[in-house]
Ligand binder design. Sequence first.
Ligand code: NAD
Length: 252
Amino acid sequence: MTNPVAIVTGSAKGIGLSIAQELSSRGYSLVISDLDAADCARVAATLPSAVGIACDVRDEGQVKALIEHAVDHYGHLDLMVPNAGIGLVAPILETDLSAWRSVTSVNLDGVFLSIRYAAPAIIASGGGAIVTIASVTGTTGSPLVASYGAAKAAVINLTKTAAIEMRDHGLRVNAVVPGFIGTDLVTHTASDFERHLGLSEGGFASVISAKQGRFGTTEDIARAVAFLADPSQSWVTGSTLTLDGGLTAGLI
Ligand SMILES: NC(=O)c1ccc[n+]([C@@H]2O[C@H](COP(=O)([O-])OP(=O)(O)OC[C@H]3O[C@@H](n4cnc5c(N)ncnc54)[C@H](O)[C@@H]3O)[C@@H](O)[C@H]2O)c1
């Protein structure tokens, strides 16, 4: 039996790193992929079976090469996790088209390209799974995150459409829908939320902690990704799994 093989984009830190670590602990061989080759190699060296391959998910040629390189290296591909993402906190009226496109190019185009090129490789390997990383901002209107939320809403729709198209080819496609997780993506933008929402310093973390019970951890998301990826969930496809401590469960 060979190890199952997974690619996780944006896995040099944050949620992607935890996903890679969780999958590794469950016996996967990993492809650690991120923008910087040295970061990829550094993380790969910490795992028992891993290789680092740099890739900018906005670039079609690089995504195609990432998948080919992974299959050349391991001989097969079983799981794709298109995790790479960036944030932008700004009102619509202060968002210009280039800023909008910089967010959607990573958070939506990057997921499309990852699915577009990983799916044939997984199907050729005998089937497997793709788990996308959406967001609660993609399921509810959320002030200040128009480009991010719109991209994440599109990721949910893309996930469901891919699930239907791939169902008869042995490839399951599901999404996790996280609330706020304490990574750089959130901590680096907290002051922008506070400025626009009129909150004092630390106010954003207090509001979110109250509404979620606590901040989510990267491990909360990693375990959910591993659950959806597991072959034992053979009837789970086209699903969204929300992990937000109840943030979006009710109105008050
Ligand atoms: N942190 C949260 O609260 C939260 C909530 C919901 C969803 N998410 C999603 O989880 C995913 C991971 O986010 P995170 O919180 O770990 O953020 P993070 O900023 O800690 O990590 C993101 C990683 O993606 C990489 N990256 C950025 N642009 C890239 C590109 N063009 N090509 C390849 N890699 C690129 C970065 O270098 C970084 O390593 C993202 O898709 C994000 O939208 C995060």
